[in-house]
Ligand binder design. Structure first.
Ligand code: SAH
Length: 450
């Protein structure tokens, strides 16, 4: 057969990107195996897997040229047939990375208390939806629902329902087993949900593929290690102006991928780079922006709050795109579909995308947030109640994982969207003395549960 046209076409194609352009060192996954923030330095694990996704991508790249990093990431993670989350799921000790709720039950319990504290501060509305984006194995929801059950007397007059936004069929199955014991109804006719069931604690649970399918109404949103999994665009400043980083097939090595630079500006370079940008390399996650806009609009209209927890920065970092497989760093371009791909969340971008529809709080470091939420007291209670040394050691070890600045304490952040009236009395400007002060928002301040 005639040789397939190689990209770049002679003269005017994409320029290969020298590794030095993406200069920050690859991060290393610590022995403890959480996906920590970028910049720790270290070696990436080599390729593997059955290659089905790579062959699919290679065909596509040969036929129509390089794709954006966002498109590559979307294919690798959520392609309906071969995507990483679709097939493997990844989360947990036996998976590729471990997350805070999988490390300690205390994490989810304190988040459950955060929602109750906000529900109380907002005047105890008689119904709310808990909406979780990307619930993984369902552990966080399970821990939150346990708190709701323990505080049933407080919530007794409140009608609570759970709404999970999950694209992965494999993970939604795991969530169903965890939360309902597997008793779920697929494709319920009366709902936009693709599955529904009842939690072991008696709360109705619904599953959706998209936040837009979740019914409107007073809602508490939760996104833990969700935004970091959404596709990013990458941009590089050059002498000729901004160029987008693309993924291409390497003409020298069969079925190997490489980064190249777009030969000219792309629609994304025009839309996503701020004129005042000072960095030389920028990552933008438009999908995260769209979701935050939706959350902010929904909270503005129907009330509630959103809590976002993830590793990230406030618009300062550059190259944070990385892969994880079997708890080790993995080259992002090798064996796509077999490794988790992730990038730090840019909280300054999320704040901007809320467009003033809600107030925002944070980002605040995980160790400060959990400390404010009373993690030390909770640890003491659990230590006192545990008889055996192994459990006590496990409790102390997981506390250290969550709180130690060198582990997850510093690089994970909490960020919240709240209705403006939650932070400032509507009439405050005119009559500053007229109302009692609003209760502080827990986590971002010390928890004061009355
Ligand atoms: N919150 C969990 C899991 C984090 S992993 C924890 O902390 O343990 C990321 C989760 O987001 C997975 O459940 C994955 O399937 C889901 N996910 C990834 N992309 C998604 C998308 N575009 N829409 C909905 N869910 C998505």
């Amino acid at each position: 057969p005639p040789p397939l046209p190689a990209f770049p076409p002679a003269g005017g194609g994409a320029a290969p990107l020298s590794p030095s352009l993406l200069s920050s060192p690859l991060p290393t996954a610590p022995a403890a195996a959480a996906r920590l923030c970028s910049g720790a330095g270290g070696e990436a694990e080599a390729a593997g897997g059955d290659g089905a996704m790579l062959r699919h991508l290679a065909r596509k790249l040969r036929a129509s040229g390089p794709v954006t990093v966002a498109e590559y990431m979307r294919e690798a993670l959520t392609n309906p047939g071969q995507g990483y989350y679709t097939r493997r799921g990844g989360v947990g000790e036996s998976g590729d990375f471990i997350t805070s709720p999988e490390i300690s039950q205390v994490f989810g319990e304190l988040i459950g208390i955060w929602y109750i504290s906000e529900w109380m501060a907002m005047g105890k509305p008689n119904t709310f939806q808990l909406v979780e984006l990307g619930p993984g194995r369902g552990t966080l929801t399970e821990d939150i629902l346990r708190v709701f059950k323990q505080l049933a007397s407080v919530l007794s007059k409140c009608d609570v329902s759970v709404h999970l936004v999950e694209v992965s069929p494999k993970l939604s199955e795991i969530q169903a087993v965890m939360l309902t014991g597997g008793k779920v109804q697929p494709n319920p006719e009366d709902e936009f949900a693709y599955m529904k069931g009842i939690s072991k604690t008696g709360i109705p649970i619904f599953w959706y593929r998209d936040i837009q399918d979740v019914p409107p109404g007073y809602s508490f949103y939760l996104a833990h290690e969700f935004f970091d999994a959404l596709p990013i665009h990458k941009f590089q400043r050059t002498e000729k102006g901004w160029r987008e980083v693309l993924v291409d097939i390497d003409p020298e090595v069969p079925d190997q991928l490489r980064f190249v630079l777009s030969p000219s500006r792309t629609p994304a370079t025009q839309n996503f780079i701020q004129p005042e940008e000072t960095r030389d390399h920028v990552e933008v996650c438009p999908e995260a922006g769209v979701i935050v806009q939706r959350l902010a609009s929904r909270i503005e209209k129907d009330g509630g709050a959103a809590l976002v927890a993830d590793y990230g920065h406030d618009g300062t970092k550059t190259d944070t795109f990385r892969g994880f497989r079997n708890h080790k760093l993995h080259n992002v371009l090798s064996a796509p579909g077999t490794a988790d791909l992730t990038a730090d969340v840019d909280f300054s971008y999320l704040r901007k995308m809320a467009q003033g529809k809600t107030a925002t709080l944070g980002p605040i470091k995980q160790r400060e947030f959990l400390k404010n939420m009373g993690i030390d007291l909770r640890l003491q209670v659990l230590l006192q109640n545990s008889g055996d040394t192994a459990t006590r050691e496990q409790l102390l070890h997981s506390y250290d994982m969550l709180m130690n600045p060198e582990k997850m304490g510093d690089c994970f952040n909490f960020f919240a969207l709240l209705p403006h009236h939650r932070l400032v009395h509507p009439g405050k400007k005119d009559k500053p003395e007229s109302k009692s002060p609003l209760p502080p928002v827990a986590g971002f301040n010390e928890l004061l549960l009355k």
